[in-house]
Design a protein around this ligand. Structure first.
Ligand SMILES: Cc1cc2nc3c(=O)[nH]c(=O)nc-3n(C[C@H](O)[C@H](O)[C@H](O)COP(=O)(O)OP(=O)(O)OC[C@H]3O[C@@H](n4cnc5c(N)ncnc54)[C@H](O)[C@@H]3O)c2cc1C
Length: 298
């Protein structure tokens, strides 16, 4: 077990051997050696400057797209959820949001300030940091469409602002250097015209009708292959409702895996592998995971 020798008192919350199931929407997973929630950005920077550079760091937001294997995560996990929480309208009408702000809060903030385009974020159960890292999207919109610039923090605790044009962005992915993370973003949403209604309610209703909301899942497990839908392929392979251990393919939406009965991360990963195998065998199509799988096997 790693030991943290920190010189200055941190104001955040630091624990050893923290079960990651508490911080992931699948409600399962191994433990983090060190788990840290900074009190704010200054506290985060202090923490990064005080920890040895060779200790691996993993950032998480709401854990709504994460599978942490049962053997756990080495090094440090940093969670900024509701901690890096600054959200404000800038003089030029752009929106500044720190990485721990939830997507739902950002969507409501934009609605309140008569800004258009952010409604799709209302139903994505993640943080701004996670939405940036994943280029989260729904209903034809993607996060990076609205990013003007981002604030990056590196392993040494240095902050830097970068324009969105400096990033290579694609479907559910952004290229970010190793040991750099998003601490905040400036978004540019267009101003609504007078007669435009908010779409938040109808979009949430649409989700509720088609997805198993409220059950422990990570949303869509696989990226949609070019010109097709992962859910359609999984259903056509006859896998809806199929389970391994406590992990089951949703009968409502076949691209969702539900932790129905105390599934381990091993159960979920085995089910992911089985789906990939069956879809490859039946349709000769490779399904790639959207979900980020990390940590050690038991
Ligand atoms: C019911 C349900 C519905 C969903 N619907 C959608 C949807 O419609 N569209 C969609 O795109 N996704 C959807 N998701 C998946 C998930 O909500 C998104 O991917 C979300 O953006 C993840 O944000 P998070 O804060 O939970 O990130 P986490 O799951 O905590 O992390 C995801 C990845 O981002 C990295 N990361 C997190 N924060 C930072 C940071 N500050 N800097 C750098 N890297 C960071 C992590 O290391 C990890 O690799 C859904 C999930 C659920 C459970």
């Amino acid at each position: 077990m790693m030991n943290m020798a920190l010189q200055t008192t941190l104001r955040g919350h630091l624990v050893h051997n923290e079960p990651m199931g508490k911080h992931c929407s699948w409600r399962t997973g191994g433990a983090a050696e060190i788990y840290f929630e900074p009190a704010d950005k200054q506290d985060l920077i202090l923490f990064l400057t005080q920890t040895a550079n060779d200790v691996p760091v993993t950032w998480i937001g709401l854990g709504s797209n994460l599978l942490v294997r049962d053997g756990g995560l080495k090094g440090i996990v940093i969670s900024t959820l509701n901690k890096l929480n600054d959200l404000r309208l800038l003089d030029n009408g752009n929106v500044y949001a720190e990485s721990g702000v939830t997507c739902a809060k950002l969507a409501r903030f934009c609605q309140k300030h008569n800004l258009d385009g952010a409604d799709f974020l209302a139903g994505i159960p993640g943080t701004v940091g996670g939405a940036l890292a994943m280029n989260a999207g729904a209903f034809g919109f993607e996060t990076w469409q609205f990013v003007k610039s981002v604030e990056i923090v590196n392993r040494l605790g240095h902050l830097e602002s970068r324009e969105s044009s400096e990033f290579k962005v694609s479907y559910r992915s952004v290229e970010l250097a190793h040991s750099e993370w998003f601490s905040a973003s400036v978004f540019c949403f267009p101003v609504k015209t007078d007669d435009e209604e908010s779409n938040i309610k109808p979009l949430l209703a649409k989700r509720n009708a088609s997805q198993p909301i409220g059950l422990p899942s990570c949303g869509s497990v696989f990226k949609n292959p070019q010109g097709d839908h992962a859910a359609r392929l999984i259903e056509a392979a006859g896998l809806k409702g199929f389970c391994i251990g406590g992990a089951c393919i949703s009968t409502k939406h076949a691209n969702f895996i539900i932790n129905e009965n105390n599934a381990s991360a091993t159960d979920i990963e085995a089910l992911i592998t089985e789906i990939q195998h069956q879809v490859k065998q039946k349709f000769n199509i490779e399904l790639n995971t959207e979900v980020r799988i990390m940590g050690d096997k038991l």
